[in-house]
Ligand binder design. Structure first.
Ligand code: CU
Ligand code: ZN
Length: 188
C-alpha cells in the first residue's frame, strides 16, 4: 500500500515539474504570436500648415509586398513641385516646422532622389501641385518600413515651399517648410 502511494506521489511530482518547465516556452510562443498579429500594416499622417502657409492634407501609408504604399492628398500649395520628405523627429511643435529635424537618414549617407541608390530613407522627392494647389499622389517606396531601423512610425512628413533638386546636400534646397505632420499607427 505504501509503495503504491509513493509511486503516485512521484508521478504527481514529475508531472508538476514538467508543466512548470514548459510554461516559459508556452509564454514565449504566445507573446510571439501576439507580436506577429499586431504587426503594423497601416499608418497615417495629418499635414498641418506651418505659420504663414496653407498646406494641409492626409497621407496614408500601407504595407504592400514590395515596400510601403504612400497615398498623399494635399491642398493649399502653390502650383508646381514641392519637396516631400520624412524627417527624423515626429515633432511639429515649432511654428516653422524645424523641430522635425533633418531628413530621416538612419544609414547616415547623402541626400538624393527616391530612385537613387544613395539617398536618405526619408527622401521621397517631390509632389506636384496642380493649378488649384492640390496634390493627389500615389507611389510605392521600398526603402520605408513600419519596423526596424527604417521604421517611419513616430517621425514627421514635411512638405516644402520649394522644389527638391535631388542633389544639393543635405536638404535638396527645398526651402522653408510649408506643412508638417506626425506619422502614427492607424487602425489596421
Ligand atoms: Cu524636408
Ligand atoms: Zn534627404
Amino acid at each position: 500500500m505504501k509503495f503504491k502511494y509513493n509511486i503516485l506521489l512521484l508521478t504527481f511530482l514529475i508531472l508538476t515539474f514538467l508543466t512548470i518547465c514548459s510554461y516559459p516556452q508556452q509564454m514565449k510562443s504566445k507573446i510571439k504570436d501576439k507580436m506577429m498579429k499586431e504587426q503594423i500594416t497601416k499608418a497615417v499622417c495629418v499635414i498641418q500648415p506651418t505659420k504663414g502657409h496653407k498646406a494641409h492634407g492626409l497621407i496614408i501609408f500601407s504595407k504592400v509586398e514590395n515596400g510601403i504604399k504612400v497615398v498623399a492628398n494635399i491642398h493649399g500649395l502653390k502650383s508646381g513641385k514641392h519637396g516631400f520628405h520624412i524627417h527624423e523627429y515626429g515633432d511639429c511643435s515649432a511654428v516653422d516646422g524645424t523641430s522635425a529635424g533633418g531628413h530621416f537618414n538612419p544609414e547616415n549617407i547623402n541626400h538624393g532622389g527616391p530612385m537613387d541608390n544613395v539617398r536618405h530613407v526619408g527622401d521621397l522627392g517631390n509632389i506636384i501641385a496642380d493649378v488649384y494647389g492640390n496634390v493627389e499622389f500615389e507611389f510605392i517606396d521600398s526603402s520605408l518600413n513600419f519596423g526596424g531601423q527604417h521604421s517611419i512610425i513616430g517621425r514627421a512628413v514635411i512638405i516644402h515651399e520649394g522644389e527638391d533638386d535631388l542633389h544639393t546636400q543635405p536638404t535638396g534646397a527645398a526651402g522653408p517648410r510649408a506643412g508638417c505632420g506626425v506619422i502614427g499607427i492607424a487602425k489596421q
